[in-house]
Design a protein around this ligand. Structure first.
Ligand code: NDP
Length: 277
């Protein structure tokens, strides 16, 4: 039987922490605009904000949250540690937490694996310590490939709780996604709307028309039905609302397979094995 999804649906991490399946992303959101974006998302009931120190807007995100009046314990706040901070993850955590006006984070992750294994392991070890101390509720990674994940398991005895990777219809990373699922690593999909290239995917138009939904809604619903955690980014109020109206329809198995079939190994951005920040 198909799972009934709602705006409040969560995914359970291996340590029991519940992460909302739908959030709001803040990459490439200038501070003066992210204040409105976060405000609108919160007003519409979103409680999961994905951010990073590298996005250079955490103070504005913190200000928007403070102004909203939403209680901290209702929120799922996420940040990421940039590679240049791997030697001192504790200070990176403290800086992000201060800017976000909180004393704990719900999820903190290493943003990219980087090429320096020793530094990566040291950074991850500090994340685990922060988790033991209760400063973060979950330790995760981002853009880690299968061998990076296996290396962490070999060193620390367990896989990370989550891996945030680029996934969308044109680049689904299915072997990596399946590896994560099989090993209890929650899959977070960044760039869920192809990082802005959605309008070029004409194949989505007839599917969307069939459901009287937009291509964005159909793609986001496809993610949710596959079990991906998503946090689309938009700076437009009407699109933020559109991206949250995903729970009054469901895609048929046939349409899920049609979207699966759009895979073309297209990826935006850096290459995880060579990127060093
Ligand atoms: P998305 O796939 O969310 O796409 C964002 C783009 O789609 C923007 O250009 C936006 O334009 C447009 N858009 C949003 N909604 C709609 C809509 N309904 N219809 C048409 N176009 C729309 O890209 P992101 O790369 O931002 O990914 C989402 C989040 O993932 C990020 O914000 C960030 O939090 C995270 N991320 C993580 C990375 C990592 O390395 N871990 C890397 C990149 C992102 P507009 O704003 O004008 O509406």
């Amino acid at each position: 039987m198909r799972e009934v999804l709602t705006q409040n649906s969560t995914c359970s991490l291996r340590n029991g922490v519940q992460i909302p399946r739908l959030g709001y992303g803040t990459f490439e959101c200038p501070p003066e605009q992210v204040i409105n974006g976060v405000r609108w998302a919160l007003e519409l009931g979103c409680r999961h904000i994905d951010g990073a120190r590298a996005y250079d807007n955490e103070s504005a995100v913190g200000e928007a949250i403070a102004r909203s009046g939403v209680e901290r314990k209702e929120l799922f706040l996420v940040s990421k540690v940039w590679m240049t901070d791997y030697a001192d993850v504790r200070t990176a955590f403290e800086t992000s937490a201060r800017k976000l006006r909180t004393d704990y984070l719900d999820l903190l992750m290493l943003h990219w694996p980087g090429t320096d294994r020793t530094l990566r392991l040291k950074a991850y070890e500090t994340l685990l310590t922060l988790c033991q101390e209760g400063k973060i509720r979950a330790a995760g990674v981002s853009n880690f490939m299968i061998d990076h994940l296996q290396d962490l398991k070999g060193e620390f005895g367990e896989y990370p709780l989550s891996n945030q990777i680029q996934i969308h219809p044109w680049g689904q990373q299915e072997p990596l996604r399946q590896f994560c699922i099989q090993n209890g690593i929650a899959v977070e999909a960044w760039g869920p709307l192809m990082h802005g290239s959605l309008s070029q995917a004409a194949e989505l138009l007839p599917i969307a028309a069939n459901y009287r939904k937009s291509p964005a809604q159909v793609v986001l619903r496809w993610h949710l039905q596959k079990g991906n955690i998503i946090f689309p980014k938009s700076l437009h109020k009407e699109r933020i609302a559109e991206n949250m109206q995903l729970f009054d329809f469901s895609l048929s198995e046939q349409d899920m397979q049609l979207i699966d079939g759009l895979e073309r190994d297209w990826h935006w951005g850096p290459e995880p094995y060579s990127f060093n920040g």
